[in-house]
Design a protein around this ligand. Sequence first.
Ligand SMILES: C[S@@+](CC[C@H](N)C(=O)[O-])C[C@H]1O[C@@H](n2cnc3c(N)ncnc32)[C@H](O)[C@@H]1O
Length: 243
Amino acid sequence: MTLLRDADLAAAFDRAARSYDTLVAANPGYHAHLRRSARRLGLPHGGSGTRVLDLGCGTGASTAALAAVLPGAEITAVDASAGMLERAAAKPWPDRVTFVHAPAERLTEAGVEGPFDAVFAAYLFRNAAAPDSVLTAVHDVLAPQGRLAVHDYTLSGRARDRTVWTVVCGGIVLPVATALGDGRLYRHLWRSVVEFDTADEFAGRVRAAGFDCVRVLPLPGWQTGITHTVVGRRAGTDTATGR
Ligand SMILES: C[S@@+](CC[C@H](N)C(=O)[O-])C[C@H]1O[C@@H](n2cnc3c(N)ncnc32)[C@H](O)[C@@H]1O
């Protein structure tokens, strides 16, 4: 199958938005893992006084994880799908959370300006037609030494993990999603993971985009070897501290 990209992908998410929260609630560990990845940003003091960008916020699951882990941060949550964003914005949020409808590739045009102290991207990069360009855009909106955490299904490279992924998608996710009328999006999910980087390959991409302290961190449960957090820090000197 051809992977969904850009407007086609946004339209598929628009349609799937109504059942997205129900499906992820049935995925053991989904919300707890997002909070764990948010903590891995390593922002001190609950993110007090910081600006954090949630790229590909969807219906707000990742935004909620950031808001819980970083009660002092101002959060800008961006998504290309109007349908997903509408669901997110309809939930109750503190004033420090703002939603913006924009593709990650056109942040500046949408008025999303850096510098941010951290960028969080959950289940985003393998959906992008040009992931390196998105990484460059992320690098450019981060302050020097700003943090990045990418949380996604990125396989370990071991045959066993790839098989588990295919069995979970084929045996559970696809039958349910197809019954809900969203088979195309969830076939895209399965293939996009199989065809995208392994976690280590993605870490290499992050280093090549100008990040240092890049590490691949595991997540537990059935997602072991399947879901990872890749963290990094924008290289460069912080002009405020000179460090
Ligand atoms: C699988 S959902 C994840 C949502 C949320 N981060 C979470 O953890 O539940 C992926 C989201 O990324 C958005 N997305 C995909 N490609 C995008 C892009 N290029 N720019 C902005 N958003 C994008 C989709 O519209 C979708 O809402």
